[in-house]
Write a protein that binds this ligand. Structure first.
Ligand code: GLN
Length: 565
């Protein structure tokens, strides 16, 4: 069964949205902070809380605060920070925004992501414009006022009733202080039952004494209290279930009711987290304290899908040739998109991460034989390009399903031009500015761009599909909106040559100027897309191209069982 995008919708509590004066009646803030260490999964907890309230029938929005001086995540290294996620309106954000979209089954936008850099940028621009003439501009109140404004913006813009705001970093970090101060002020300005603070910590287990230690949690709560914030709930990451005595101790030392101590165990899948949170009463407790009526979150559909993760009836092996093969977070949305499509089709997708450099040095056969399909994801810079081009050649000639995303499409175009269209020196001008055949070239409008931040072709654009294409048979509609993040594109000067030589221009921009999808006609499934479909795949609504690709891989596997052994 394939779940259609957006088909799964819940009745919102629309009646509670506006009073006679058009003012939002219901407006609650749930803040998620983190203590002890980073990397405990605050994003998953925030997304789970958001989901549970959405499944209770509320309009929910999620926001991430990143305490970096970068204006956005676009200039950060995916090797250190994980993938750069792009919103439909073209903001380059932290990967947690992707997580929120995948849980909520909704598109978020630029206002759902704040950085320190952006806050200061806004305030400094106002100062230059003379907005504070005669005043000394300070962290309190000017920076904190701007933070409070930005925190409330997504609720207003999305007409949301509940905003879940995740504060990146760890309590105690210098960078986080202005944000926590702003939250403290907001808490004091709003009615008591309109804000709720969830604090995520770690409970380490000491093997020598077989004890779970609560001291780091106590200390991080103390840090939070020193700023004037008393958490309402402690979510404790732990590797074993918590005895009541441990919960009692945390409750006593951290001054929260015992029922508000929630355990956060390691689980097989992040999609199990909202269910275990619900089982422990997390959303019930928050609802009680926010004065919201009690109703059950309708998790049946979500639960049914998570069950499918456990025992899929079939499996496929798909290779991914990338630059950052050791760090999966760099391709998080692709991983997730395979998972969503696999669940919808009841297929377990085994991903094999293959280094482009290994293919270049050892040849594609050693690395790629036995795969049911190959995906080449997006990327920048020339490292590993020749290995990727060789990988494309191998699967194209062998009839192995191929899915190229952004840079993956560009490598496929280079390979096709060199090997099939007799243009042996064809290249992208990104990798060889002197190539006689720039089959991939700078987008018009990029030639004069010198600044790096936020200057690519970013965000969702419309594309029109050809009805006789493989892609159309996946989407089932002619007009699509997909998200972009690139400076280079297929060079339209070579369009005729490609079409005459067996390639299909399967989608273009509505004005027919930009090529958005290229397919190889005589191939079981060879699809290259200039956009990033993985950003639009959600747990409840997988992406049609990922579903189509997996189906082609299944077909390949069943028609050539020896290839998979
Ligand atoms: N580096 C290529 C470009 O800028 C591809 C970008 C990508 O894969 N996101 O066009």
């Amino acid at each position: 069964m394939i779940l259609l995008a957006g088909a799964y919708r819940f009745p919102y509590a629309v009646s509670a949205l506006k009073s006679g004066h058009g003012r939002l009646e219901l407006r609650k803030f749930i803040f998620v902070t983190g203590g002890v260490l980073s990397g405990l999964g605050k994003g998953v907890i925030a997304a789970s809380i958001g989901l549970l309230f959405k499944l209770r029938g509320y309009r929910v929005t999620l926001q991430k605060i990143d305490p970096y001086l970068n204006i956005d995540a676009g200039t950060m290294n995916p090797f250190e920070h994980g993938e750069v996620f792009v919103t439909c309106d073209g903001k380059e954000t932290d990967l947690d925004i992707g997580r929120y979209e995948r849980f909520l089954d909704e598109e978020l936008s630029a206002v759902n992501y704040i950085t320190t850099g952006q806050v200061y940028w806004n305030v400094i621009r106002q100062e230059r414009a003379g907005a504070f003439l005669g005043k000394t501009v300070q962290v309190i109140p000017h920076i904190t006022d701007e933070i409070k404004r930005l925190i409330q913006l997504p609720l207003t813009q999305n007409k949301a009733e509940i905003g879940v705001i995740e504060v990146g970093g760890t309590v105690g970090d210098i960078e986080v202080l202005p944000f926590l101060e702003a939250l403290r002020q907001l808490k004091d300005e709003l009615p008591r039952e309109d804000t709720f603070f969830v604090h995520l910590t770690l409970l380490p287990h000491l093997a020598s004494t077989d004890e779970i230690k609560t001291k780091p949690t106590q200390h991080s709560v103390k840090e939070l209290r020193a700023i004037g914030i008393q958490p309402d709930m402690i979510v404790a990451r732990c590797d074993r279930s918590l005895a009541d005595s441990i919960k009692d101790k945390i409750a006593l030392f951290c001054d929260v009711p015992q029922q508000n101590v929630i355990e956060d165990l390691d689980l097989p899948s992040i999609y199990d987290v909202p269910l275990t949170m619900k089982d422990q009463g997390l959303d019930r407790r928050i609802a009680e304290e926010l004065g919201l009526p009690q109703q059950e979150a309708e998790v049946d559909r979500w639960q049914a899908l998570t069950k499918r993760l456990q025992e899929p009836s079939q499996r496929v092996r798909i290779g991914i040739v990338g630059k950052y093969v050791q760090l999966r977070d760099s391709y998080m949305s692709i991983n997730e998109a395979f998972l969503h499509a696999g669940i919808a089709l009841d297929v377990g997708v085994d991903l094999e991460w293959i280094s482009a450099e290994a293919i270049f040095h050892e040849g594609p056969k050693a690395q790629l034989s036995g795969l049911d399909g190959l995906l080449i994801p997006g990327g920048f810079g020339d490292r590993g390009i020749e290995g990727k081009v060789r990988a494309v050649g191998y699967v194209r000639k062998k009839g192995i399903p191929f899915f190229g995303i952004c840079l993956g499409l560009q490598c496929a175009v280079i390979e096709y031009a060199r090997e099939h269209l007799s243009l042996p020196k064809a290249n992208s001008s990104e990798f060889d500015p002197a190539t006689p055949h720039p089959v991939i070239d700078l987008l018009a409008g990029q030639t004069t761009v010198t600044e790096k931040g936020g200057t690519m072709r970013l965000g969702a654009y419309e594309a029109v599909l050809r009805e006789d294409s493989k892609s159309y048979s996946c989407y089932g509609v002619q007009r699509i909106y997909e998200r972009h993040r690139h400076r280079y594109e297929f060079n339209p000067r070579y369009r005729q040559q490609f079409e005459n030589g067996g390639a299909r221009i399967a989608a273009t921009s509505p004005d027919d100027q930009l090529v958005e999808i290229i397919e190889v006609v005589e191939h079981p499934w060879f699809v290259g897309v200039q956009f990033h479909p993985e950003f639009k795949s959600h747990f409840l609504s997988p992406h049609p191209l990922f579903c189509g690709f997996i189906k082609a891989c299944l077909k390949r596997r069943s028609s050539s069982p020896s290839a998979s052994s």
